[in-house]
Design a protein around this ligand. Sequence first.
Ligand SMILES: [Fe+2]
Ligand SMILES: [Fe+2]
Length: 240
Amino acid sequence: MTVTVTHRPEAPAGPPKLDRDQLLLAQQQTLDTPRMRYGLLARMMFKPVDLLYGKQGSYTKFAMLETIARVPYQAWERMGYWAVQRHAGRSALARRVFERIVEARADQDNEQWHLLIMQDLVQRHGHRQTWLLHKAAPWLISFFYYHVSWMLFLVRPDWSYRLNAEFEDHAEHEYMTFVAENPGLDRVPDPGTYAAEYGHHRSVADLLRQVGHDERTHKLDSLRNMREPRLHQAARPQDG
Ligand SMILES: [Fe+2]
Ligand SMILES: [Fe+2]
C-alpha cells in the first residue's frame, strides 16, 4: 500500500511573504516600536560590528550580520538532536523537540537566503570586501556566538532564546531604518536573483522590508520559545 504524505512539517515555508501595503505597514510598525533592551552579550557583538562596519547600515554590514545570524539556530539544532536522543523513549516529547529542530533548520535556511541576497547586492554595487573584515571577523564573532548559544542553552535555554531575540530585534531595526534613510531604494528594481526561492519584490526597498519582517518573525519565535524553554519540564503526563 502506498501512503501519501501531504503535510510535510519538516519542510516549512518560512516567514510569510507580505504584499506591498503589508511591507510598508511592517516598516512603520518597526520604526514605531522601541528597540529591546540589549544585554551585555548582545552589546559585546553589536559594538565591534558598529566599530568595524560603521553605525549606518550598508550591504556589506548586512552581509556580515547575516553570516552570524544563523549561528544560534545551528547551535539549537545540534542541541535538539542530542535531546531527541535522550528522550527517545518518550515519543510525544521527542516529537515536540523535533518540531523545534525543524523550526531551527527552517530559520537557518531563511538566514541563508538573506545572506545570498545581501552578497548579491554587494557584488552588484561593486563594494569591496576584505579578508580581515569579511572573512576573519565574521568567523571570530560566529565562533563566539555559537559557543555562547549552546552553552547558554544547556544552563539557561531562556537566556539563549533571549539573546537571539535581541539579535533579531537589532537586525529588524537595522533593515527598516536603512530603508527609511534611503528613500531612493523604492525606485531601484529588485534584481530578483533569488526570485524563485525567495520571491520577487517591486523594489530593493521592498526586498529589504521583507527581510526585516522575517527578522521580526524570528524574534517573535524566540520570545515565544523563551516562555517554554525546556520542553521536558513542560511535558504533560501523557507525553511519557
Ligand atoms: Fe537575516
Ligand atoms: Fe533572523
